[in-house]
Ligand binder design. Structure first.
Ligand SMILES: Nc1nc2c(c(=O)[nH]1)N[C@@H](CN(C=O)c1ccc(C(=O)N[C@@H](CCC(=O)O)C(=O)O)cc1)CN2
Ligand SMILES: NCC(=O)N[C@@H]1O[C@H](COP(=O)([O-])[O-])[C@@H](O)[C@H]1O
Length: 217
């Protein structure tokens, strides 16, 4: 039975678009069943509408983090969601949803965690910090979500070079190209039940990513 996937967004939705495309093509053995946005003006909502995917806007509205997260939990449980994907979602989840969806919430972050992450580090702020730091390598990370911010077990990462003449726009565009491959791959592995969390590590089994003795021979 294909997994039912909810994608949580706050902005443009280019990663949502890729997940929809690769779900429809069959690369992802799952259905994008629901989109939830924290921002009523998110273009990602237009993308959901164009693909006839049900969507909700859950306004933060000064609620506590736990109350806000509970509002989202109610919606995803009513929709029988199996996997929650945070694709540019800018609110920190907390409380019951973290436990009820332990190792079933995947987040995309535009750096190589544990660098350039945590509270206040999102979107262009990440790329600006990377450029200003002078590092020569950045990248993208897909990880499971826990009660902390960008602290959950890492599923996949891929590096991206930082060029000396990079702007926030040029760097974010290069990282986005990697994100548009990395996130669907992680979602696809989840839907194929190939991810096993052991402490802070994620084991990928049953194929190309398998970290097995055979592959080391
Ligand atoms: N429990 C978790 N919730 C979320 C995580 C997570 O790792 N654990 N990841 C974020 C996504 N994210 C980084 O990948 C992230 C998003 C937003 C922020 C942040 O500082 N947000 C501001 C508010 C921004 C706004 O509303 O415009 C804040 O909380 O003050 C940091 C990291 C999604 N949820
Ligand atoms: N810390 C969270 C964060 O910064 N997420 C980032 O928001 C962008 C969403 O793009 P999209 O709306 O086009 O998918 C992506 O680059 C994603 O890594």
């Amino acid at each position: 039975m294909p997994k039912r996937i909810a994608v949580l967004v706050s902005g443009n939705g280019s990663n949502l678009e890729r997940l929809i495309e690769l779900s429809v093509s069959g690369f992802i053995d799952g259905e994008i069943s629901l989109v939830i946005s924290s921002n009523e003006k998110a273009f990602a909502l237009e993308r959901a509408k164009r693909h006839s995917i049900p969507s909700h806007v859950v306004h933060y509205g000064g609620r506590s983090g736990g109350d806000y997260s509970d509002a989202i939990l109610q919606i995803v449980e009513d929709c029988r969601i199996d996997l929650i994907v945070l694709a540019g979602f800018l609110k920190i989840l907390s409380g019951n949803i973290i436990e009820r969806f332990r190792n079933r919430i995947i987040n995309l972050h535009p750096s190589l965690i544990p660098s350039f992450c945590g509270k206040g580090m999102y979107g262009e702020k990440v790329h600006r910090a990377v450029i200003e730091s002078g590092v020569r390598i950045t990248g993208a990370t897909v990880h499971f979500v826990d009660g902390g911010t960008d602290t959950g077990p890492i599923i996949l990462q891929e590096s991206v070079p930082v060029f000396c003449d990079d702007s926030v726009e040029s760097l974010s565009g290069r990282v986005a190209q990697v994100e548009h491959r990395l996130l669907p791959k992680a979602v696809s592995l989840f839907c194929e039940n190939r991810l096993t969390v052991m402490g802070k590590r994620v084991l990928i089994t049953g194929g190309f990513y398998e970290d097995s003795v055979v592959e080391r021979l």
